[in-house]
Design a protein around this ligand. Structure first.
Ligand code: UDX
Length: 441
């Protein structure tokens, strides 16, 4: 099939590459000429495992191309996906100006007798599909089209496998012709397809992300109780996770959730519910637990070091999760900035995220020393904080880490390390929701 994706960000670019991979002809449209130039030159603006090869392969086989022309995309495609950003507004609501503009632009280039399915892939509040349809109709009375909601559930860092083998495909559609075309788009993926009305599909995305955030906050609240009682949150998570009704996934206690989806989507769902007159107070508590989790962790570091001012603290990890270079809304970045604000001398290392953290002005390189290796970061440090659980951090030469540190003290914000091993090696080791540090060292 001939498909067009408008917006070549995380969702748009990965979706485009995966659609091409299964045999569709895909044109990715972006209004950022610099990005289009990069992609046409074979450069991938984001780091996502497996993406670069997939893009190159499909460009070479002429199934994937890039343009800045919406007209080109709309003219040559049966199905048009909208995958532009829907950033948060100050009040927690969702800024839909990019979606509205794209709807107008599509209306401007749709020709009569040229039936098109316009698919909303961006995360949007319920009833956005209706607005998109109204807008296209308002600006093009003759357009023949249907609007479908098809939320995307991919996770950064494993976006390619998530998209190639999804748990489910949700198609929110009110028209049989559109549903049939969408089923053909997704047939090669051999995943279960749930067809719903448009409003339900839109709600599914916010409800799913809010529920996952709730699971994380739940286990983080339990981790506080574990710390107060000497219980081990990892064991509690395993114990409750073995119940199939609950499941072990997304019960990893840590510094809290971050990234460009969960914080924004929980906030948006709270705002949407409020606007509809059906307030969702449970989600307000989810947010508060998430904020408290970082506070509690910093308190722990402060308690151990007495004062943070002038302390040399190494931080491993800046991205909001491993296997991505994305540092937006990263709890690790918040942590670094709060340590700096208290006067600590922070040295940080991240395998992929440091450059973007500086480019996007999320950390000030004059205040945070960035190193090119984890060992360099711990040189002379009085404490090491593990903020993002990159696999390479688990495989470090810990005797060497200990030798280089001024004081062998580790705060594991993601429960990556084995407490006994760390203690046997002579580290004073603190984790989240796990037994208290030994008296060693
Ligand atoms: C999420 C959803 O998983 C995905 O379906 C949706 O399309 C976009 O939002 P993403 O933000 O890429 O994906 O990452 P995810 O792996 O879900 O992690 C989000 C945050 O939660 C990270 O900060 C992660 O560290 C944190 N997290 C996750 C936990 O703290 N504990 C867990 O058990 C799982």
């Amino acid at each position: 099939m001939d498909l067009c994706i408008i917006g070549s960000g995380y969702v748009g670019l990965v979706s485009g590459a995966c659609f091409a991979e299964v045999g569709h002809h895909v044109v990715c449209v972006d209004n950022d000429q610099r990005k289009v130039d990069m992609l046409q030159a074979g450069q991938i603006p984001i780091y996502e495992p497996g993406l670069e090869d997939m893009v190159h392969r499909n460009v070479a086989s002429k199934r994937l191309r890039f343009t800045n022309s919406i007209e080109d995309g709309v003219d040559n495609s049966q199905v048009i996906f909208i995958a532009v950003p829907t950033p948060p507004q100050a009040d927690g609501g969702v800024d839909l100006t990019y979606i509205e503009r794209v709807a107008r632009e599509i209306a401007g280039v749709l020709k009569p007798n040229q039936y098109r399915v316009v698919v909303d892939k961006s995360t949007v509040p319920v009833k956005t599909g209706e607005k998109v349809a109204e807008t296209i109709r308002r600006y093009n009375k003759q357009a023949e089209f249907d609007v479908v909601s098809n939320p995307e559930f991919l996770r950064e860092g494993c976006a390619v496998p998530d998209l190639m083998a999804p748990d489910r495909i949700v198609i929110g559609s009110a028209a049989q012709a559109a549903t049939d075309l969408m089923k053909r788009v997704y047939e090669p993926f051999q995943a279960p397809i749930l067809v719903t009305d448009v409003n339900s599909a839109e709600l599914i995305k916010h409800a799913a992300n809010s529920f996952l955030s709730l699971k994380i906050s739940y286990i983080n609240a339990v981790s506080a109780i574990c710390e107060a009682t000497g219980a081990d949150v990892e064991m509690v998570a395993s114990g409750i996770g073995m119940d199939k009704r609950i499941g072990r996934n997304f019960l990893n206690a840590g510094l809290g959730y971050g990234g460009s989806c969960f914080p924004k989507d929980v906030k948006a769902f709270i705002a949407i519910a409020r606007q509809l007159g059906t307030p969702f107070h449970l989600l307000e508590e989810v947010e508060q637990i998430n904020a408290r989790q970082l506070n509690r962790f910093i308190d722990k570091v402060r308690d151990a070091l007495w004062v943070l001012k002038e302390k040399r603290i190494a931080v491993w990890g800046l991205t909001f999760k491993p296997d991505t270079d994305d540092v937006r809304n990263s709890v690790a970045i918040d942590l670094v900035n709060r340590l700096v604000a208290e006067g600590a001398h922070v040295t940080a290392y991240d395998p992929k995220g440091a450059e973007k953290a500086v480019d996007w002005k999320l950390i000030d390189p004059a205040k945070v020393k960035l190193t090119s290796s984890p060992l360099e970061a711990v040189e002379g440090a009085e404490a090491l904080i593990l903020a993002t659980e990159w696999k390479e951090f688990a495989n470090q030469d810990f005797p060497e880490v200990k030798k280089r540190m001024h004081t062998p003290m580790i705060f594991d914000g993601r429960n990556l390390f084995d407490p006994n091993t760390m203690r046997e090696m002579g580290f004073t080791y603190y984790a989240v929701g796990r037994s208290r540090p030994n008296a060693a060292s």
